[in-house]
Design a protein around this ligand. Sequence first.
Ligand code: TRP
Length: 445
Amino acid sequence: MWSSRLVFVLAAAGSAVGLGNIWKFPYITGENGGGAFVVVYLACIALVGVPIMMAEVMLGRAGRMSPINTMRKLASASGGSGFWPVIGWMGVLAGFLILSYYAVIAGWAVYYVGRLASGTFDGADGAASQAAFDAFLADPWAILLWQTVFMAVTVFIIARGVARGLETAVRWLMPLLLVLLLVLVGYGAAVGDFARGAGFLFSFDVSSLSVGGLLTAMGHAFFTLSLGMGAIMAYGAYLPGRTSIAGTVTTIAVLDTVVALAAGLAIFPIVFATAGLEPGEGPGLMFVTLPIAFGNLPLGAVVGAVFFLLVSFAAVTSAISLTEPALAFLVEQYNAKRTRVAISLGAGCWLLGIGTVLSFNVWADVHVVGGLTFFDFVDYVSYKVLLPVGGLLIALFAGWVLAKPVVAEELGFDGWQERLWQAAIRFIAPAGVLVVFGYTIYQSV
Ligand code: TRP
């Protein structure tokens, strides 16, 4: 069990804050035209993400087992069917798929630690930064090397048990990461085109919103809060009984959102002030823009290296949570040794990740289905399909199946709080997911 509420907050925040905030949020915002996308994303966080996160923590604490067995136990205690553990199984699959490419991108961040430290970007302009990134992406062996390093570190930590390392990492490194992000926002305000950058993020222009953007926003709300696959449920299993779930979850969601918006405010002013860069540049956005800032700041090489190191740590604390549902299940069910499970899982993810490594070079023109590269495909299946569907099922179970006394005991709501919760988890959150899904399917047929 976590020693206190604080440790749970730190672990869950460590899971939530990661590449999703700093790498993915800015680039998908850029691809989807900015402001309107951000509004939809924020609405998804507040109306769908927060209630579902509360549901996951509640289910985890009520079951106190791995997600698969927690769902088994709670479904049978509430007279539900044997169908519900499918949430746990889908979650194991989603975690595996996500980690396979997450480790590849995290490897890029690790690689950039050394690149910045060695002064490659001193005085760099847009063209130089873009060229350095393109050269790296063209070399599958280099990407493979850093993917392997990242995966090895992750496996090492999960094999040893996570509690202590995680606590230090999150308690000290996360605030530092936030401070450095604010320094970058300051750089953007001083040197970049801050007005256009902020305008891009916050001006609401409905015409820029596409159907694909809706689905991306919904998927990303799940991704960034680590929802829909049982990661937060697995952590909830270790939460002490007395802690307020609503307060804790709100804190985590706010923190996660602040980090994402800060990353956007750091990146877009640089994009608009630099010749040759575009918001819709894609997955390379963070790696092309931020080195320009560091290359032109005093002590930029050192500060930049520290920044990418912190991003790498943030990625490790997220990667750990992607493995927890599978790991907890295998250890609990088969009494398997943690070390052995961690190594096998890591090896499997690493192998699958090679497909993603090759998507950026050798297989760049190989399409699995409908124009999607291997990376795009794994990404699509996991975060646009498995996470929202998992989240929908979690909401339905928590709202309609789970026995009332369990909910009352876990959440401790009364009066209006109870009614608000019921409305959110029974209707608003499921309807939100269904509308976005339904609309997307309607538009594409
Ligand atoms: N939330 C993490 C990020 O933003 C990624 C992540 C960790 C995740 N655990 C998860 C995503 C579970 C979905 C489900 O980088």
